[in-house]
Structures are given as C-alpha cells and as structure tokens.
Design a protein around this ligand. Structure first.
Ligand SMILES: [Zn+2]
Length: 254
C-alpha cells in the first residue's frame, strides 16, 4: 500500500485521462493521493477532487505562480480554510529562489500562509528551492504546532536533520532516482523510518529514465523501490513506513 503524498491531479494535464491515471496508480498499490492547491482559481478543482474517498486536499498559493496571485487571495484562503474542514494542510506554498525578481513578494505570501497554518494547527506543505537554510530559519522562529512537509526534498543530510528537528517530514520523489544525486542519496540513507513520505509531484518532476514525459502517481512505486535500495530495506518496509508517516502528517484515514 502506497500514498502519493504530493501530486497535482487537478492540473489540466490530466483532464483527458484522469480516471485512467488513477486506475494505473491503484493497480500498483497507490491507495491515496494528496493534492495540493496552487492558485485561487484552481482551488475549486482541487476541492472537487477531494470529494473522492481516495483523495485528500490542501489549499495554498504556490510561489511558482506569482503572476496568478492577487490582492484578496490571502483573505480568500483564510475563508476557504474555515469553510472546508476537510482540507488537510495549508499549501503548496514556499520560496523558489530561482525567481529572484519576485522573492520579496514570495516571502510575504509564504509568511502569511505559515501564520494561517500555525493559527489553525494545520500542517504546511512547503515548496523550497535554493532556500533551505532561510526557510528553516523562519520555521524555527514560528514553531508551527503541526509541522509539515518539505516537498521534493533535495538537500544534504545536515539540512534534512534541521527540518526533522523542527518537526517536519521530508518528501522524496523523482530526484532520488537519479544516479548523480549523491547528496540527496546520502540524506535518504540518513533518515529515520518516520522521517519521510513518498511523492511524485505529478505531472512534474519526472523520474530517471522518464525525462520529458508527463509524470503520474503510479510512478510512486518506482520512487519506493529507489528509496528502498538506497536504504538497504525492502520495498515493503519503505511502503509501510512512508504510508504511516503520511497518515500521521496529514491525519489521513487508515
Ligand atoms: Zn507541487
């Protein structure tokens, strides 16, 4: 049994064959999908998917889509969180330091969402690119009661330890399947059994051997095998540990 702890199943990339994509994932043992929010405009699609028994949803404002966010979106997010108790986390939110020109506004939006998560005791799903140390510093100041997910973790064992000590869980995805990703391999080996979940970030973050293809949740089984090999464990052990960690993090049904 596997959980894809982070996949954008609401994206238009899946409009033509969403059911088939979900069926393929179920066929390899994926029993639950956690779908994060990205922009206010897409929240209704995310919430609609959340009506399925096997989908859990988050709502947030993603730093990659800064052009899509406007005034009033943060108030709308607070309202949506109040209106939808089925939402399991705030996110996806965070910092993408590849986009220098929006960095200041990114921090304003991220900070506000961290506070929403703190005030509601919800976990937060964090997109963090080239900003691990700054994000960790801010998390240490805020002390979020329900922790959260560092999605698509690609840092060092030392950075992993910092996030774990802050009560966060690390999301392992396609990045770990690349042979040259030595630093994150060392991090994967160093994690405790309850320190990570598996994810695909579908349709993005293709795995090794699938570059240029649309990613899909069935591939979380390949991520599971790659993590198992790195950790010297069986795929079954990794499936059990990561599923338990995802349930604990998001308060998912068993
Ligand atoms: Zn994502």
């Amino acid at each position: 049994m596997l959980i894809d702890a982070h996949c954008h199943l609401d994206f238009p990339d899946f409009d033509a064959d969403r059911e088939a994509v979900i069926d393929r994932a179920r066929a390899v043992g994926v029993t639950r999908f956690v779908v994060p929010g990205t922009t206010r405009k897409r929240w209704s699609n995310v919430l609609a998917l959340g009506e399925r028994d096997d989908v859990s949803v988050c709502l947030g404002l993603h730093p990659y889509f800064m052009d899509a966010h406007g005034e009033g979106d943060l108030d709308a997010l607070a309202q949506a969180l109040d209106d939808h108790p089925e939402v399991v986390a705030v996110g996806e939110c965070g910092i993408d330091a590849r986009f220098d020109e929006t960095l200041e506004v990114q921090w304003t939006l991220f900070d506000a969402q961290l506070r929403l998560a703190r005030d509601r005791a919800l976990p937060v799903v964090i997109h963090c690119v080239r900003a691990n140390d700054q994000v960790a510093k801010r998390l240490r100041q805020l002390e979020l009661p329900a922790g959260g997910l560092i999605h698509a973790f690609a840092g060092s064992p030392e950075q992993a330890r910092v996030f774990l000590d802050l009560g966060f869980t690390l999301g392992l995805g396609g990045a770990v399947t690349f042979d040259r990703a030595r630093r994150v391999h060392r991090a994967v080996t160093s994690l405790p059994d309850d320190g990570y979940v598996l994810e695909t970030d579908s349709p993005d973050m293709p795995l090794a051997g699938h570059q240029g293809e649309r990613n899909e949740p069935a591939r979380v089984a390949e991520v599971c095998r790659a993590v198992a090999e790195l950790r010297g464990q069986s795929a079954r052990q990794v499936a059990v540990a990561s599923t338990a960690a995802a349930r604990r993090l998001f308060g998912l049904p068993t």
